[in-house]
Design a protein around this ligand. Structure first.
Ligand code: TYD
Length: 205
């Protein structure tokens, strides 16, 4: 489709607490945009780079909100420079499953100062569009338990409550586009897809 070649690509971030349905939305958007003829690239953070691997395997005595902020930011800089930038330059719509706002919400909830998290992430471009799928923590936890993906602890619930609060503040500030995670996946996909298309149309003017 010729429209897909006319523009510099687009960076779309998908955000939400664990169990909110981010990955489902990201995959659905990829399929829908590809069906329409757009060039689309799906990617995620933490990545599978050595920094992403380090983040997943970091021993407890190395874990702290400050160290994790720096490592997530380092993983992101590498991700942008080695993968995202080239795709955007080639006109792709890049759908990234977690990006800068995950650091603000999670490392912020864990105690890192928000302004400092923003500061250490300021040399990677902000997403053109960032969606936040909102679900109550209890719903997310039930979904995670049903899929046996993650162990749930009391602390995890408390953490996710704080994470959600920060995400919702970012929605209020106009940085994130709110999607209701209790709606059907097709409905959530349709709303996000419509936003992406109207963003592309307004940019083409
Ligand atoms: P997630 O997308 O939930 O991965 P999976 O599909 O394997 O469940 O991300 C894993 C965790 O990484 C998640 O709990 C949030 C955390 N995270 C941060 O704390 N800060 C960040 O900047 C990023 C990108 C992720």
């Amino acid at each position: 489709m010729e429209e897909s070649n006319k523009f510099r690509g687009l960076l779309v971030a998908i955000e939400g607490i664990d169990g909110s349905g981010k990955t489902t939305l990201a995959k659905n958007l990829v399929n829908r945009l590809q069906d329409k003829g757009y060039k689309v690239h799906y990617t995620f953070e933490p990545t599978h780079s050595i920094i992403g691997k380090l983040l997943r395997e970091l021993p407890d005595n190395y874990r702290s909100p400050l160290i994790e902020t720096l490592l997530y930011a380092a993983d992101r800089v590498h991700h942008y420079l080695s993968e995202i930038k080239a795709k955007i330059d080639k006109g792709y719509i890049v759908i990234v499953d977690r990006y800068i706002h995950s650091s603000i919400a999670y490392q912020g909830a864990l105690g890192a100062p928000l302004q400092w998290i923003i500061e250490v992430n300021k040399h990677v471009p902000k997403p053109d569009l960032a969606f936040y799928i909102d679900v109550p923590v209890e719903v997310a936890i039930q979904r995670l338990e049903a899929s046996r993906k993650k162990k749930t602890f009391y602390e995890k619930k408390e953490l996710l409550r704080k994470v959600r609060r920060i995400y919702l503040k970012l929605v209020d500030k106009g940085e994130l586009i709110l999607l209701n995670g209790l709606e059907k996946p097709e409905e959530i996909t349709r709303k996000a897809y419509d936003k992406i298309l109207s963003f592309l149309r307004s940019r083409a003017k």
